[in-house]
Design a protein around this ligand. Structure first.
Ligand SMILES: [Zn+2]
Length: 143
């Protein structure tokens, strides 16, 4: 038995078990293969996302590289902005954010760390929090 990822005419995706590829094709032809959601028999094997081969062409290679560089630069800028404009409150972040949320303290830009549990609390209380990737300071590695 093998499993195939299938997709119907209406974009529903599901899995089907078959003896082999021929069995799948036979069921398609006979119209007994139907989408479990909308019951259409227009079902095809789902195409997997296209992988880009590294050596495909110079153009693709360059485009990929350019977008990676732009991404890295953007992340760096965000990190730099946060570094300069946000007060580091460390693990106090959740407490401070909640205080501001309930007006106990004035709004200001803060950054800090949260645990998974704290993330849940913040989400439950509806506190908007942005997570930015942290660029590791090379100095941190020295100790
Ligand atoms: Zn469907």
């Amino acid at each position: 038995m093998i499993v195939f990822d299938l997709e119907c005419l209406n974009g529903h995706t599901f899995e089907g078990w078959f003896e082999d590829k021929e069995d799948l094709e036979k069921q398609q032809e006979q119209g007994i293969l139907a989408c479990p959601v909308c019951e259409t028999t227009s079902v095809v094997q789902k195409l997997h996302p296209i992988a880009i081969k590294k050596s495909s062409s110079n153009m693709t290679q360059r485009a990929l590289q350019a977008s990676q560089e732009a991404m890295a630069e953007l992340t760096e800028k965000v990190a730099e902005y946060v570094e300069k404009n946000f007060e580091n409150v460390g693990s106090d972040f959740t407490k401070q954010a909640l205080k501001m949320h309930y007006g106990a303290e004035d709004y200001r830009n803060i950054k800090g760390t949260t645990t998974k549990e704290e993330d849940k609390v913040l989400a439950k209380e509806g506190v908007p929090v942005f997570k930015v990737p942290v660029i590791k300071n090379p100095k941190d590695d020295l100790n």
